[in-house]
Write a protein of this length. Structure first.
Ligand SMILES: [Zn+2]
Ligand SMILES: [Zn+2]
Length: 438
């Protein structure tokens, strides 16, 4: 984006920095990042070696809070179970922004062979499992700890205020518990502070280290779970006419449901997905069971499409079942997941030069729509948000075949810590100084 165009899009109240001041700021970011590099790597390795599942991030949260206290901030702890926030007040008046990191790990047994690989285990859904930072939230937490330290060092000259948000359970809380971004917001972290904008990042295997992925508008999908029970009537497998076969009805339902996306959803602008993830019914080759359970996920990028697919699937389920003489107990959705992660187009356009300044314009790419979901979406529903991806796959390795996020072999190239820190720091400074053009 040319400088002029970005400046015109700027909705800021403060005057943009002169290019001299901006150059000074870029140098400041570079030297702060260099000074913090070793610390951030150490923090990330330590957090990686001690991963904790959602709503159980006690050690990680204590480490974050201790660090924030050592910087002279006054963190609030125990928010939405283990969340930590702190406010940095700059020495000059200016806007308020929020920066967010997530702290939780996944029930995955690590197979990276790294010297600081996790050997942690935990109980998950009644089983003992390995625990691993297989989504890179260790990197996010370490990066934000570094950004906090850099901004505190610039405090006297800093306009405005920054809310640091370290949240639990981005991957979803344990069954029967509440948690994550929506619970942080319910706890009131934006009340009283009311940021103008919120920023966050995610390390991703699908991009090369050195690259940043960003786009205005929808970025990541809304994710909703459905559960449909097809109810028939049990009979002997040799005499199906003696009952109602829910297996044939369920098979028909799965087939017909494919037409929801392929025939009735306008996918010319935004894609959608309906996936059946599990079918359970029957126990033995010659018994027709009473019921078949189907569960799955719906991914969408638009609220109207989301609601239309809910209605369509409900309709298909009940009518296909009826055609077989069966009934359904359908919960569409059974649980609403994260909404669409939507990047405010003006904010994205305004901040693009900041990302280009740290990564090089040729390394800032449009990653396209990502069918995965992210609970940053909740913050970005409250205030204009910008969420971006930082490449995690080492140069020389194909990002398309590298172990992806959530894989037991997922690894973050440590240069991503440096780029992530510089990107978040540059965004923050440029926004606070009322500038977006580089
Ligand atoms: Zn994840
Ligand atoms: Zn994640």
């Amino acid at each position: 984006m040319p400088r002029l165009a970005a400046a015109l899009l700027c909705a800021c109240t403060a005057l943009p920095l002169s290019s001299f001041a901006q150059d000074a700021q870029r140098t400041e970011v570079a030297s702060a990042a260099t000074a913090l590099q070793a610390k951030v790597v150490d923090w990330r390795r330590d957090i990686h070696q001690h991963p904790e599942l959602g709503n159980r991030e006690t050690r990680t949260a204590a480490k974050v809070a201790e660090h924030l206290r050592s910087l002279g901030l006054e963190p609030e702890t125990g928010i939405a179970h283990t969340g930590v926030t702190a406010v940095l007040k700059g020495g000059r008046p200016g806007p308020r922004i929020a920066l967010r990191a997530d702290m939780d790990a996944l029930p995955v047994t690590e197979q990276t062979g790294l010297p600081f690989a996790s050997t942690a285990t935990a109980e998950y859904r009644g089983q003992t499992t390995g625990v691993m930072h297989a989504c890179g939230h260790d990197a996010h937490t370490a990066i934000l700890m570094g950004v906090a330290e850099a901004l505190v060092a610039m405090r006297d000259e800093l306009p405005g205020e920054v809310l640091f948000v370290f949240q639990p359970a981005e991957e979803g809380p344990p069954e029967g518990e509440d948690g994550g971004a929506s619970m942080m917001l319910d706890a009131g972290i934006f009340r009283g502070f009311e940021p103008e904008a919120v920023f966050g990042l995610h390390v991703f295997s699908t991009l090369q280290a050195g690259q940043i992925g960003v786009r205005g508008g929808p970025l990541m999908a809304a994710s909703d779970r459905f559960a449909i029970d097809v109810v028939g009537r049990q009979t002997h497998g040799s005499r199906p006419w003696g009952g109602i076969d829910p297996i044939v009805a369920a098979a028909d339902l799965v087939g017909t449901a494919q037409t929801i996306v392929s025939r009735r959803t306008n996918i010319s602008t935004l894609p959608a997905v309906v996936t059946f993830g599990a079918i359970n019914g029957g126990i033995r080759y010659n018994i027709i069971p009473d019921r078949v359970e189907l569960v799955g996920t719906i991914r969408t990028f638009d609220e109207d499409v989301r609601q239309a697919i809910f209605a369509d699937l409900q309709n298909v389920a009940s009518h296909v079942a009826a055609a077989h003489g069966a009934t359904v107990e359908a919960h569409v959705p059974a649980e609403t997941g994260n909404p669409v992660t939507f990047n405010d187009p003006d904010l994205t356009a305004r901040m693009l030069p900041s990302l280009q300044a740290v990564a090089g314009a040729e390394n800032v790419v449009d990653p396209g729509l990502t069918m995965g979901a992210e609970d940053f979406a909740y913050y970005a529903k409250e205030v204009p948000g910008l969420f971006f991806f930082v490449g995690a796959t080492p140069r020389g390795r194909d990002p398309m075949s590298a172990p992806s996020n959530h894989s037991p072999q997922f690894d973050v190239d440590e240069s991503a810590l440096d780029l992530g820190l510089r990107a978040l720091l540059q965004l923050s400074l440029d926004y606070l100084h009322g500038s977006g053009a580089g």
